[in-house]
Design a binder for this molecule. Structure first.
Ligand SMILES: [Zn+2]
Length: 288
């Protein structure tokens, strides 16, 4: 069975990206897994602090492991945006494959210090755990936005600079970096986000020399994804579009069968909608 590090290296070499999809429950997990399995591509399940408070830190791990073992399949578990060392430690101890320390909204110095502490803990844990760092603020909520969130701007001074990124990566030893390159968490109502700065993706990638992770992928165009993946992005995060799909499936099923009370029946539509969105993204990210 390939490790996440091996899958990331393979994606980098093939110039494709691994899809990262967040889940809040078992239906979301099945939707994403079925999509990946039908295409035969590796996939990462993400759980943010809020999502793992709901699912359970250890329960998320057990669920993903159950699929990995039963299907002998490269499905991995990532602790998405984690804001403290204690919560990073918690998921490393729980057996997660990777973790994101998100210090994008604190000072550069504090971000470096805490990210380094997370990397040191991961290296000493006895397993190969990938640690991702964040540089550049892109908002924090995976939801439908009426406007660009406060604190997010797309001028050069607010986006991640290749020099700062290099300093951050050298000082912390993170395995992967999530930059701010015109991406934003959530997606604008209407579903079309601002264009990505592909020139910046390219120069950051060439400067830092480690895989880049694109967050806030919901709402970005296929063309932007292709260009970003061609220039150093190895993992793409999709959350809002998955959430929207889940809710749409659930609403449709309840509207069409208002007397249905069996959750396994009305939740089937939610699984299907999630699967369809995940599959379309995975095809795009993997050139299928
Ligand atoms: Zn994110």
């Amino acid at each position: 069975m390939k490790t996440l590090r091996e899958c990331v290296a393979e994606a980098q070499q093939k110039k494709v990206a691994i899809g990262h999809f967040n889940i809040s429950n078992l239906e979301g997990l099945w939707g994403v897994f079925k999509a990946a399995y039908s295409l035969g591509v590796p996939v990462i399940i993400g759980v943010s602090e809020g999502e793992r408070d709901f699912v359970g830190v250890h329960q998320a791990k057990a669920l993903v492991d159950s699929l990995r073992k039963e299907y002998n399949y490269p499905i991995f578990l990532n602790a998405d945006h984690t804001y403290s060392f204690d919560r990073v430690k918690e998921v490393i101890d729980a057996g997660y494959d990777s973790v994101i320390f998100d210090g994008a909204n604190i000072s550069f110095e504090e971000n470096v210090k805490l990210a380094k502490q997370c990397v040191d803990y991961a290296r000493a844990c006895g397993r190969d755990v990938l640690v991702e760092g964040e540089l550049g603020y892109i908002g924090q909520s995976s939801k439908i936005l009426d406007e660009i969130p406060e604190g997010v701007s797309f001028d050069d001074a607010s986006l991640t600079s290749p020099e700062k990124a290099k300093e951050f990566v050298d000082a912390t030893g993170v395995d992967m970096l999530a930059p701010a390159v015109g991406n934003v968490h959530g997606m604008l109502r209407g579903g079309v986000d601002p264009k990505l700065r592909i020139d910046l993706v390219k120069s950051i990638s060439e400067t830092v020399g480690i895989p880049l992770v694109l967050h806030g992928g919901s709402g970005n165009s296929g063309e932007d994804f292709k260009a970003a993946i061609a220039h150093g992005v190895v993992i793409v995060h999709i959350n809002t579009e998955i959430r929207v799909a889940y809710k749409k499936g659930l609403q449709l099923a309840l509207q069409e069968n208002p007397d249905e009370v069996a959750p396994y029946k009305f939740l089937r539509e939610a699984v299907k909608e999630v699967q369809a969105v995940a599959e379309a993204k995975l095809r795009l990210f993997n050139n299928l």
